[in-house]
Design a binder for this molecule. Structure first.
Ligand code: FES
Ligand SMILES: [Fe+2]
Length: 358
């Protein structure tokens, strides 16, 4: 079906993210031979795995009476609508009508979305299918490079816009206030960090360097650096909605490249304008077989992502309602440089799309 097949009820308010982009939709283990529903950019999608192992992604709204196809079942690589039994193939076309004489109207089809499995993630292209090119999926190959990295992952569905969460991760100056006791000492040491911002190949990088500070208990458990440390924390935004924190912590005065590395990959796929899917992945290049570290990293996710960031951003989102962040004329200062750059690039991507330039 054509790109125009959007859902009137979910077309507003604007989400502020481009459609012509690859979005992470799910972890591979979530997609199997049962229908799996997930809303992305306000569009209801249903996923399932075909017999050849490839993920299929379709519009989750039956064109007959708008029933959610995801409540139906998979038969021979087709999805059967739970309401009157029409069946749709992974190409989106209706190929079976159980009601005599079994005629299938030409328009009886759902939109098909390009879907790919890569780097231990299922990606979906939300824009024009003729622009979908799997070669443009961001290179997150460290996530499946098990010889050099160990990665654990979690998933959270949060009631705040993806734009707010990207702002949050691009601005790590909030750690010692919002994450006092979990990610930070709360000794106001983080405010001493020097911050620089740069752009590289379309990505925005914000780097914080903090020297000779008291190691937090959270980090010490994982990084085995006691006493005082030098800390390097980068936030790298990869369009449209991935932010990778690259974290190195070394004993104070020790060169950065001698440190163990941790990558916290935050993939914040917009669900609607005011909710998101948070694919939270934690990678490290040391102690690859240490199940205890796995456990601590996984246990540490919810308090930080849901109870601290998520709770704060949910309140902010609630106060914003359906209005975009910029409409409140928020006052920015230097800690916001990276986040503001990201917003500008996203705005340009959305505007280019509206102009037909991308
Ligand atoms: S609503 Fe799907 S077949 Fe009728
Ligand atoms: Fe945070």
């Amino acid at each position: 079906m054509t790109e125009g097949a959007t859902h009137p009820a979910t077309a507003k308010p604007a989400i502020g993210f481009p459609k012509n982009a690859w979005y992470v939709a799910a972890y591979p283990e979530e997609i199997n031979d049962s229908p799996f529903a997930r809303t992305i950019l306000g569009e209801h999608l249903v996923f399932y795995r075909r017999g050849d192992g490839m993920p299929a992604a379709l519009q989750d709204t039956c064109p007959h009476r708008l029933a959610p196809l995801s409540r139906g079942r998979i038969i021979d690589d087709c999805i059967e609508c739970p309401y009157h039994g029409l069946r749709f193939g992974s190409d989106g076309k209706c190929n079976f009508n159980p009601h005599p004489p079994g005629t299938i109207p030409v328009k009886m089809a759902v939109r098909r979305y390009a879907a790919e499995e890569r780097h231990g993630l299922v990606w979906v292209w939300m824009g024009r299918e003729d622009r979908a090119n799997a070669a443009n999926i961001p290179d997150l190959s460290y996530l499946t490079d098990t010889a050099r990295w160990r990665t654990v992952h979690g998933y959270f569905n949060l009631p705040c816009g993806a734009d707010l969460m990207i702002d949050n991760i691009m601005d790590l100056s909030h750690l010692e206030f919002l994450h006092k006791g979990s990610l930070s000492t709360g000794y106001r040491e983080d405010t001493r960090a020097t911050m620089t911002t740069s752009e590289e190949g379309g990505n925005v990088r914000v780097s914080w360097v903090l020297r000779n500070f008291v190691t937090t208990s959270h980090v010490r458990e994982v990084n085995d650096v006691g006493g005082r440390s030098d800390s390097y924390r980068d936030s790298v935004w990869i369009a449209p909605c991935i932010v990778r924190n690259e974290l190195v912590q070394v004993p104070a005065g020790t060169p950065r490249d001698t440190g163990r590395q941790r990558f916290n990959t935050h993939i914040v796929t917009p669900e609607t304008h005011s909710s998101l899917h948070d694919f939270a992945l934690r990678s490290r290049n040391f102690s690859l077989d240490d199940a205890e570290i796995d456990r601590r990293l996984l246990e540490g996710q919810k308090p930080v992502v849901v109870d601290e960031d998520g709770a704060m951003l949910a309140i902010i989102q609630q106060r914003m309602g359906d209005a975009p962040f910029e409409s409140f004329d928020p006052v920015m200062f230097h800690i916001d440089v990276g986040a503001v750059r990201v917003r500008r690039i996203l705005d340009r991507m959305v505007a280019d799309e509206a102009d037909g330039a991308s």
